[in-house]
Structures are given as structure tokens and as C-alpha cells.
Design a protein around this ligand. Structure first.
Ligand code: FES
Length: 165
């Protein structure tokens, strides 16, 4: 939380900067626990309830912990026609969680989106890693590619863990 307090310093008493301050907090923690919302409110000089209202209004903000890797399957029409429901089922099977859930080790969170805006490459799956900037968009996804993708991420995590040991 100390790191968060430092990151929020530029927002001191800037009451109109609620969204950027919350984005920074979420980037640091992966989600917005009550303490983070209170920190943001205190920094901005706003009542915590007002900041909480902003958090619950925007879909980009998360109140629950999230996995290190976020896998988002597009469920829009083009992706649905391209087989996204089978891809989602396969990912649910491999990861042992349903869409909207995070696994116990907080390694993976599986999400869905209505349309990612890249229909020409449907079906789309998007991956992002907490703490790293940007997202990777995987087009023309198949069940087999989804399996390979998860394998690749698991391998990378194992390599990182070995390096850190
Ligand atoms: S429907 Fe999936 S990107 Fe548009």
C-alpha cells in the first residue's frame, strides 16, 4: 500500500482526477480493495462513497482480486459465428474455472467481452499480464491455439519462477 500512496501523490487534492487515480491504483494492485478506494478518496479529498460510485459505474474497474494472467474471450456475433463458445468451453476446461472467475492460485482470470472491435480477425482472444503494459490480441483463434496459448503462459511462469528461485 506504501507503493500505492506514492503513486497517488501527483493526484493530491485533484478532485477531478478520480478515474486516472483509480486506474493507477488498479494497475498497481490488479483490483480495487476497499483500502485502495479509501486511499484514492483521501488523496483526492473526496468522500469514499463518491469514489466507490465511480468504481461501480465503470466496467473497467474490478472489486475482486484477479489472476496474474487475464484471458478474455470475445463473445460478439462475429466471434460467436467463428466458434468462440467452443474456445471458451475449452479454456474453462483447461483452467478449471468458469468465465468471470479466477483460479485459487490467482494465476488466471477468464473473462468475456461483448465485442473487442477486431471482428475481421474473429474469433478473438485477448491476453494480458498484470504489471505489464499492453494486451496481446490473438486472432483466428481455435481450441488448439487456445490450449497452446495457455501452455505457453504456464511455461513462461515456470521459467520466471525458476529464475527467481
Ligand atoms: S465480435 Fe469479436 S471482435 Fe467483434
Amino acid at each position: 500500500m506504501k507503493e500505492l500512496e506514492e503513486a497517488l501523490l501527483p493526484f493530491k487534492e485533484k478532485r477531478n482526477m478520480t478515474i486516472p487515480a483509480l486506474q493507477i491504483a488498479q494497475e498497481k494492485l490488479g483490483y480495487l480493495p476497499r483500502e485502495a478506494i479509501e486511499d484514492v478518496a483521501q488523496t483526492l479529498g473526496l468522500p469514499p462513497g463518491e469514489v466507490y460510485e465511480v468504481v461501480t459505474f465503470y466496467a473497467q474497474f474490478r472489486l475482486k482480486p484477479i489472476g496474474k494472467n487475464i484471458i478474455t474471450v470475445c463473445r460478439g456475433t462475429a466471434c460467436h459465428v467463428g466458434g468462440s463458445s467452443g474456445i471458451l468451453k475449452e479454456l474453462e476446461r483447461i483452467l478449471g474455472i468458469y468465465a468471470g472467475e479466477t483460479d485459487e492460485k490467482r494465476e488466471f482470470t477468464l473473462l468475456t467481452v461483448a465485442c473487442f472491435g477486431a471482428c475481421a480477425r474473429a474469433p478473438i482472444t485477448v491476453t494480458e499480464t498484470l504489471g505489464l503494459p499492453g494486451r496481446k490480441v490473438h486472432g483466428y483463434m481455435t481450441k488448439m491455439k487456445a490450449r497452446d496459448l495457455i501452455e505457453e503462459i504456464k511455461q513462461k511462469m515456470a521459467e520466471e519462477a525458476a529464475e527467481a528461485a
